[in-house]
Design a binder for this molecule. Structure first.
Ligand SMILES: Cc1ncc(COP(=O)(O)O)c(C=O)c1O
Length: 408
């Protein structure tokens, strides 16, 4: 385990240091950025900025090398080959890429896509769009009352009609860590492709895409200490090679004629136009920062915080109802409701005490329907979150509870 402590880590985060009164508990939406990431992006613009992969001049070669080095760093971060790392804008774009570049060409009426009831809209809506165009249908692994997927249902849901399975590794609402390796194995057994939405997993726990046995893995830079506007789609190279392009334009071609073109090999085939160079390099700095902390430590730290917070909520705030599994398969997010008070009112009241939490359906309307609540408040932790943050959150929530006591 790395010798690190969250109060020391905080010192690397200028925004947190500049706002000592803020308790930032919305890292599942987007994380704060350490100085090294901010500085890496700034340094790129100060010292290296050039059009990549095109210029014959030294500056362009250096910028291109920095971008490709970032690809290698991200490959190492998830146990992949660098040719399998496609830089995209975010998880949403990564999943759309698979939907359009694979789904549109391979799905037929009667085919099935298997998702789960806890998916984020980013892993639902792209498939809806593809189903409308292809006649394929969606099925979903049900959510059990304990906040875990009902894995017993998998056998009856998986048949030769299922062509693709796409499931989140960690739920952005419940924190549930899904057994994606087991799901991937079952998907393979019926010949289906396996896609993993890793948006809430890659930032928080060690990921080895090969061990997961998936074909695609998607995540966003901004949730793992990196810049906005960059994310990664990992694809098994043999599968990437079979995919049609998603977006067309410069950089992704081999030869272009007036009436047709041929395409570059992956990953370039999927990186049309000028990429987010500074952001990709900044994301690599974020991955290196996380690797130095140690992803095992990151995960342990969140487990400790979430179990401490849940214990205090259970013991001291009986009016609060939390959701999600209890156990080691639970990441650092706590969704809750306070009696019948609307989640937005609770979040706005918490803000009066400097507590930044998110309220709403968290881009998971089907999940909230299943939970039977229109919205939840969500507190989420990350590497810089401390026990003191949890204490301040609980004390503020008690005051909010007291304020609303006549309406609970
Ligand atoms: C599980 C999950 N999937 C996908 C996304 C979409 O990520 P982005 O908005 O970065 O594309 C999110 C973001 O909240 C998420 O939590």
């Amino acid at each position: 385990m790395a010798i690190v402590s969250p109060p020391a880590i905080r010192q690397d985060f200028p925004l947190l240091m500049g706002r000592p009164d803020l308790v930032y508990l919305n890292s599942a939406a987007t994380s704060q950025k350490p100085e090294v990431v901010i500085e890496t992006v700034a340094r790129y613009y100060r010292e290296l900025n050039a059009s990549i992969h095109r210029g014959a001049y030294t500056l362009s070669v250096q910028a291109s090398e920095a971008y490709e080095q970032a690809r290698r760093t991200l490959a190492r971060f998830i146990g992949a080959d660098e040719r399998e790392i496609v830089f995209v804008r975010n998880t949403t774009e990564a999943l759309n890429l698979v939907a359009y570049a694979w789904g549109l060409y391979h799905l037929r009426p009667g085919d099935e896509i298997l998702l789960s009831e806890m998916e984020h809209h980013a892993n639902l809506v792209p498939w809806h769009l593809i189903c409308e165009r292809t006649g394929a249908r969606i099925k979903a692994i049900p959510l059990g009352p304990d906040g875990r997927l009902e894995m017993e249902a998998l056998d009856s849901l998986l048949s030769h009609r299922v062509r693709l399975v796409s499931v989140m590794q960690v739920s952005n609402v419940l924190g549930t860590v899904n057994p994606v390796a087991q799901i991937a194995q079952a998907a393979k057994a019926v010949g289906a492709l396996m896609v993993v939405d890793g948006a809430q997993a890659a930032p928080h726990l060690p990921v080895d895409v090969r061990a997961l046995g998936a074909d695609f893995y998607a995540f966003s830079g901004h949730k793992m200490l990196g810049p906005t506007g960059v994310g990664v789609l990992w694809g098994r190279y043999e599968v990437l090679e079979t995919l049609a392009p998603f977006l067309g334009g410069g950089s992704m071609i081999r030869e272009v004629y007036l009436d047709r073109s041929t395409y570059a090999a992956p990953p370039q085939r999927f990186e049309a136009g000028t990429p987010a160079v500074a952001e990709a390099i900044g994301l690599a700095a974020a991955a290196e920062y996380l690797s130095k902390l140690g992803m095992d430590w990151v995960w342990q730290h969140e487990l400790e915080l979430v179990s401490y917070a849940l214990k205090r909520l259970d013991e001291e705030l009986p009016e609060v109802r939390t959701f999600g599994p209890r156990g080691p398969d639970r990441s650092g997010v706590i969704p809750f409701v306070l009696g019948s008070i609307h989640a937005h009112d609770v979040a706005t009241a918490l803000d009066q005490y400097g507590i930044a939490v998110r309220a709403g359906h968290h881009c998971a309307q089907p999940l909230h329907r299943k939970l039977g609540v229109p919205a939840t408040v969500r507190a989420s932790f990350y590497v810089y979150s401390t026990q003191e943050d949890v204490d301040r959150f609980i004390e503020a929530l008690k005051k909010v509870r007291d304020f609303f006591k006549d309406w609970l």
